[in-house]
Design a binder for this molecule. Sequence first.
Ligand code: BTN
Length: 300
Amino acid sequence: MPESQHLKGAAYEPIDNPGMRGVVMERTHDRLSLERLRRHLTTRTVGHHVFVFNSVDSTNSALARLADRGATEGTVVLAEAQTAGRGRHGSEWFSPAGENLYASVLFHPRIAPRELPLFASIASLALAEAVWLEGAPARIKWPNDVVVHGRKLAGVLVEAPVISGRVVYVILGIGVNLNVPATELATALGDNAEGALSLHEVLGRDVDRNVFAASLLSRLEKWHQTFSTRGPDAVRAAWLARDALCGRRIEVRTGDTSCEGWYRGVGTDGSLVLETDDGRTRHIFAGAIRALDNKPGEDG
Ligand code: BTN
């Protein structure tokens, strides 16, 4: 397989990753392939240009380089593996080869920076739907984690340069644990593995990564259209219907500080709404959330 496959579009130099040449895939039957992806893709804009890499530092970084060279709305970067996969708050995203999905999608929405959080929630909505369609009861944990039985299956890294108060572009970077074995997750994530799982673990079978990617991209286009035509409130309402934390007691950690309270949903600006014990309402824009109450069978 070449270093990258490109579906449609202008000439493009593949990104070089000499360190990852010769990576041997264990699941040759399930390689990402433009041809198989295309067979299931029903979109008009999202996936019009698709780049599939064997290995890349981060699909978000690869797509940012393409965006800087004029890539158009809906351009997608997929990779079999990432050597420097990035998560929120500067964390690493475990990105083994040939098992999961690492996808980044480019948008050029005409939105103000304050609208970014709700715009980004189209990614977690699309993800949750794609996971439901595979047969797992996915819910969303603020801001954009997708959880099943309270454990994280997928996350979204949003990157959006803002110049002179204008959003230049938005990259929605999506990582999904699809077929990675639980033992491999445990080795890679250590203590954090308790809070994570793969779709294979939930369903007891492998997930076809090309089919899943196509399903996710189709749903992403649908929610993007909803945002554009019906506005952020329609997206927020759908997001709240899948909210994993509704009415829960939570802790929000931001840097070295943390606070507790009752989760009261998401504001019209996409902030997390927390009711603290002194009766005040706080709007939180960044942080890691932990549910403090143990409700058996509930997510969080
Ligand atoms: C999170 O911390 O929850 C966000 C994880 C996002 C990971 C994905 S994998 C594809 C894209 N490329 C990256 O480097 N990160 C995102």
